[in-house]
Write a protein that binds this ligand. Sequence first.
Ligand code: SF4
Length: 279
Amino acid sequence: MSSTSRIEWTDATWNPVRGCQKISPGCKHCYAEVFAERFRGVPGHPYEQGFDVRLVPEKLMEPFQWRKPRMVFVNSMSDLFQASIPDTYIVRVATVMSLANWHTYQILTKRAGRMGTLLRRELSFAANLPHIWWGVSVEDRKHGVPRIDQLRSAPARTRFLSVEPLIEDVGVIDLSAIHWVIVGGESGPHARPMRREWVDSLYSQCRAVRVPFFFKQWGGKRKSTSGRILYGRTFNEFPRMSACPQPSEHERLELEANFRDSDERRWGKCSSLLVQLTA
Ligand code: SF4
């Protein structure tokens, strides 16, 4: 499967975890679940186990193998901070991100509490790295908006919100210490509608405090028809990029080999693993 992405705000996806458990209304029509379940039972397919949660350590090396710098959406087919993923595995993922620092990583979660806790402890080595952006999903007032405060209180250098699928007016939100906002409507056959005034409100709030605004899509049953034009233009704004320069081929291979050696010494040879669900 290609690692390049058609998601408008990234270049590539990286999935060292596959599968997830639903947690809030934003998950109702999870695209990752729909995609993964199509391949359940197909022998040898990466989603042979459908959307069951699975660690995929053989994917850990992937960022070392990409020569050109990319923006990388981490776990587009999962949620890194769901309860069943061991802390130690999350640290391995973050270690790769910290070493393969010529890419920019976008980590998005609905488990803002656990992300904050780990950023204060086991992930403190990665919290302040400028090429790693930490974000939360915000779909509504009840479940989504409280994640913003949890994110703000986490010791992260770059924080972002993915306000998608926007399924109700989220009202006035506190954008202090938030560095990027993505807004989008739900797409697919059962898409819940997104009203124009909800988008207007978020756009105005971002402009008022100069937070970069990315308008992903109007969504709906046919997202290609509804498009992503707002006020007669597209909005493709990003936070400031601060990835490190691309290493030489030799340096890149050495980094990969060193990581592989130390990871295998500690955890054994890579092989994927279904995890025991704990929540
Ligand atoms: S948290 Fe994300 S990946 Fe997990 S079920 Fe919800 S929408 Fe899908």
